[in-house]
Design a protein around this ligand. Structure first.
Ligand code: BTN
Length: 131
């Protein structure tokens, strides 16, 4: 019993720190910013905003709603590039990744409607650093 308590004492704080913290900001190498508001400790669900500053993309410099979940080291979040009184890019991005210390390494999928009116998909990677 004593050994179990000692193990819990050492490992619980480490696993708690592995998750994305509430009220944290993450900047990626393209200059975009994910701001995480409250993270529900029961589910890992979070909401926040995403400001896109990546060259070559639309819907720049405006905060869009971001929703996601953080469980252990795995993180996923999504941005629908539309909102009230802000540009509608007719697109959605989903990021999935792993948290290693203060670095969040992700892969993303961007679904958008092209100028041909047809659906298209782009894939890429983003690395975010906690500010
Ligand atoms: C669009 O152009 O349809 C909307 C903006 C998309 C921005 C993409 S999402 C993946 C990549 N990482 C960023 O920070 N911005 C671009």
């Amino acid at each position: 019993m004593k050994r179990i308590l000692i193990l819990l004492f050492f490992f619980l704080p480490i696993s708690a720190q592995a998750e994305v913290p509430s009220f944290s900001t993450w900047i990626n190498t393209r200059g975009s910013a994910l701001s995480v508001f409250f993270v529900d400790p029961a589910t890992g669900a979070f909401s926040g905003t995403y400001v896109n500053r990546a060259a070559g993309f639309e819907c720049q410099d405006v905060p869009y709603a971001a929703v996601g979940a953080s469980k252990g080291t795995s993180v996923t979040f999504r941005v629908d590039w539309k909102g009230v009184l802000i540009p509608d890019c007719h697109s959605t991005t989903v990021w999935t990744g792993l948290l290693v210390g203060s670095t969040l390494k992700t892969k993303w999928r961007l679904d958008y409607t092209g100028s041909d009116g047809k659906p298209h998909t782009m894939y890429g990677r983003d690395v975010f650093t906690k500010q």
